[in-house]
Design a protein around this ligand. Structure first.
Ligand SMILES: [Cu+2]
Length: 152
């Protein structure tokens, strides 16, 4: 009798854990931040976000305790000039991935709370439609041929 009660409470305890696991519909990889010269108040970040689910979802925002604010930018070339356009949301089709990478889409990080150097790890929080969030660790790395991608 005692054993039965124990088993039942074990089941109740473990059930919510399996529910959380099933929610693994979005994931991220290759998150990194090019090291910037000291005193820079704008930095970029890159990441690949995979939508493993069976319906499209939107990235609706990115934030970090380490930065005052983060924007999603798209780069367009006009008259041989690169121009960045802020995006409020970016859609990822089912089974597709969205790449933020040098020269293209990127995350723009404004006003770091402290200067960051190679090897530092920054916590980013991605927000999706339906209040879904994803915590991502981005590593600060040296970037061999860094072209500055900001507009100030
Ligand atoms: Cu930008």
């Amino acid at each position: 009798m005692k054993i039965t009660v124990l088993l039942m409470s074990a089941c109740i305890f473990f059930f919510p854990l399996s529910v959380v696991k099933a929610e693994d519909d979005v994931s991220a990889k290759n998150a990194w931040i090019p090291e910037a010269p000291p005193g820079m108040n704008v930095m970029a970040a890159y990441v690949t976000i995979m939508n493993n689910g069976d319906h499209a979802m939107d990235v609706t925002g990115v934030s970090s305790a380490q930065f005052e604010r983060i924007e999603m930018h798209r780069t367009v070339i006009e008259n041989e000039q690169a121009r960045m356009i802020k995006q409020d949301r970016m859609t990822i089709s089912a089974g597709e991935s969205l790449k933020f990478e040098p020269g293209g889409r990127h995350l723009m990080l404004f006003n770091p709370k402290k200067s960051l150097k190679e090897g530092d790890e920054i916590d980013l929080k991605l927000t999706f439609t339906g209040e879904r969030t994803l915590a991502v660790k981005a590593q600060v790395r040296k970037h061999a041929n860094m072209r500055m991608e900001h507009h100030r």
